[in-house]
Design a protein around this ligand. Sequence first.
Ligand SMILES: Nc1ncnc2c1ncn2[C@@H]1O[C@H](COP(=O)(O)OP(=O)(O)OP(=O)(O)O)[C@@H](O)[C@H]1O
Ligand SMILES: [Mg+2]
Length: 375
Amino acid sequence: MEPLVLYVDNDIASLVVFESSVEGWLPFRTATNGAEALEILSSHEIGVLLADRQACTGPGLDLLELARKEHPDTIRVMLAPPSEVDRAVEFVDRGTVHHFLCKPWDALELRLSLDSAMERYKTTRRLRELESRLLSTERVYALGKVAAEIAHEIRNPLGALVSNLQIAESRLNEVRRELEAQSDPRLLAKLHDLERILADCAEATDSILEITRSVESTTRSSCEAVWVDLEEVVRTSLRSLQKNAGHQLIEVITTKVPPVRGSRTQLAQVVTNLVVNAIEATRAVEGDDPRLSVRVWHEGGRVFLEVKDRGPGIEPEHLDRLFEPFFTTKTEGGTGLGLAITRRIVEKHGGKISVESQPQMGASFVVELPAAVES
Ligand SMILES: Nc1ncnc2c1ncn2[C@@H]1O[C@H](COP(=O)(O)OP(=O)(O)OP(=O)(O)O)[C@@H](O)[C@H]1O
Ligand SMILES: [Mg+2]
């Protein structure tokens, strides 16, 4: 939304002249006193506060000082009669206002001054956005490094576990051969149990190994890029997620898509994080219709993945914070890292992720990736 200019003056004639000077050129609001102006400041995005000095200071209220403390990014411009120029300069020196204009103002001067003040405000706003993006990227990166170190340290004991499991498996084979010779059904049944338990342990260690590998590769600046069929990634990821989904119905709509270039494991992480969130959001949804759908399609050289659910949706004030590391509304078990990691992976693949949602209307996350041109 476009930021506004807020003009505060208790002189109605000045307000009328101001309105006719800026109408159709800059969006604005007006106020006749400090209290009214404060209310507008807290309910609208005000880029420039243009205030008549007398109108904004009253008993117990100093609008410009309050604006400086509570809305430091708003550019404050004071209007003062020529006889008060010295005081106006003091205000600038103290940092209460950024600059001042003499009243009555010259229309052209007012226009130029508001234009440059608004430009300055927008630049500050852009900088703030960049700062917060940078901060969030740095936090994910730092966290990724710690995770990679832990993953690395887990590898050694895990290696011992894997080789011991292999030894145990071959010993059991020997025992099996001997028991088969004795044909004792009771002991053979026990052996079968042991073999099954061992196979489950081997499967679990394989997954831990795969996770440690992918955590390590996420932090490497470049991962080995291969041609990846996103449709296949979706189908494979959903096969293992179906277990978590329980009775929830997942609708899958996919078409053949061109490959994207990147890491299969990381793209599977993207699908998993989005689908797990959708499964968690729709646990309480009733009825036999699918509670979430996963769609893959391509359009104009881009491959799209949409994960859409019929859950409770997302509060508007949370929408901007979803991709921040550690932002979670889950009281149990949520780390708030799923979407932060997801966005990092998507951006690393040259893509982007967006979300649309309204409370009680479900949520839809769309990932867009560049289709690779095979040479
Ligand atoms: N499909 C969705 N419907 C409603 N809210 C969602 C959905 N997906 C994400 N959210 C909101 O975004 C927040 C952040 O999601 P994210 O995946 O980053 O973390 P998490 O799910 O809380 O924790 P973790 O992923 O570590 O288990 C969630 O806590 C939830 O409030
Ligand atoms: Mg999550």
